[in-house]
Design a protein around this ligand. Structure first.
Ligand code: GLC
Ligand code: MN
Length: 269
């Protein structure tokens, strides 16, 4: 089967650290499928070189405009997220695992390629919707064309691709169970940290964590230390940038997770 892990990098190189860490984490757990990054013209040559060195195949794509005004978008960064839909155009591939650049894997996830299209994990906020940060799909020119047709008249509750896709695949929640991935395939960083910080939860649940998603705070951009799962992300990042790895930095990031645990404990009493 021709298949690949696919992610996107748009709007310059702000998310390059994310793609680098994601790639390293896939490698570290023995991913056997190729990795493709969809890049827009504004991604600089230096970033492209770096990605190639890290084993990514680059494919140039045109950005896809967000049909919603900025004020309807949950976060400013959602302006370019519709470009992710270009993954449906990769028709030389039979199956794609589409990943956001703000994810890392903690275990091998090659089994996802056995899933039917479309498959995704529930969203944290609204578990009857899927989170579009990790989606198993089958590229199809026809499907992509229908998406383009629907784009401008389809509302999106978050002003991004997730809201759109949940209407486009509005029957996801009632599909056969194979389409619904266990939550551990797309675990928000703060939930991962919460599970890890509690002995009883940790023993029962941390082994289910396969993918951590840094939806709210990107570790490489975070201004606060309350990201959760900080140590795990920086481990993958330092794998991609060994020249930046220093023992004191590792300890610092582990301390961020410790701070997170204690802040949560203080809030919960
Ligand atoms: C959420 C999803 C992400 C998506 C964004 C915009 O953050 O996790 O995958 O791109 O919403 O809809
Ligand atoms: Mn994301």
């Amino acid at each position: 089967m021709s298949a690949a892990y696919v992610t996107t990098l748009c709007n310059g190189d702000g998310y390059l650290p994310g793609v680098a860490a994601l790639g390293k984490s896939l490698d570290a757990h023995g991913a056997t499928f190729p990795r493709i990054v969809l890049v827009t013209a504004d991604v600089p040559a230096k970033a492209r070189e770096r990605l190639k060195k890290l084993g990514w195949q680059l494919r140039d794509v045109e950005p896809l405009d967000n049909p919603h005004p900025k004020k309807a978008q949950l976060f400013e960064r959602f302006q370019s997220v519709y470009t992710k839909l270009r993954a449906w155009q990769l028709t030389d591939l039979e199956k794609v695992v589409l990943l956001d650049a703000d994810l890392i894997t903690l275990q091998n996830i090659d089994d996802l390629f056995d899933r039917p299209s479309i498959a995704a994990a529930p969203d944290f906020f609204l578990p009857d919707r899927f989170n579009s940060g990790l989606v198993v799909l089958e590229p199809s020119a026809e499907t992509f064309e229908s998406m383009l047709q629907a784009l401008w008249e389809t509302p999106s509750y978050d002003g991004g691709d997730q809201g759109f896709l949940n209407i486009f695949y509005s029957d996801w929640y009632s599909m056969d169970v194979a389409h619904r991935l266990p939550a551990g395939y797309n675990l928000q960083s703060f939930i991962f940290q919460f599970l890890r910080g509690h002995r009883s939860l940790k023993e029962a649940l941390v082994r289910e964590a396969k993918v951590i998603h840094y939806s709210v705070q990107k570790p490489w951009l975070a201004k606060s230390v309350l990201t959760g799962g900080s140590e795990a992300w920086w481990d993958s990042y330092f794998g991609a940038y060994p020249e930046e790895a220093k023992e004191w930095k590792r300890r610092w990031h582990a301390m961020e997770d410790w701070t997170f645990d204690h802040a949560v404990a203080a809030i919960l009493g």
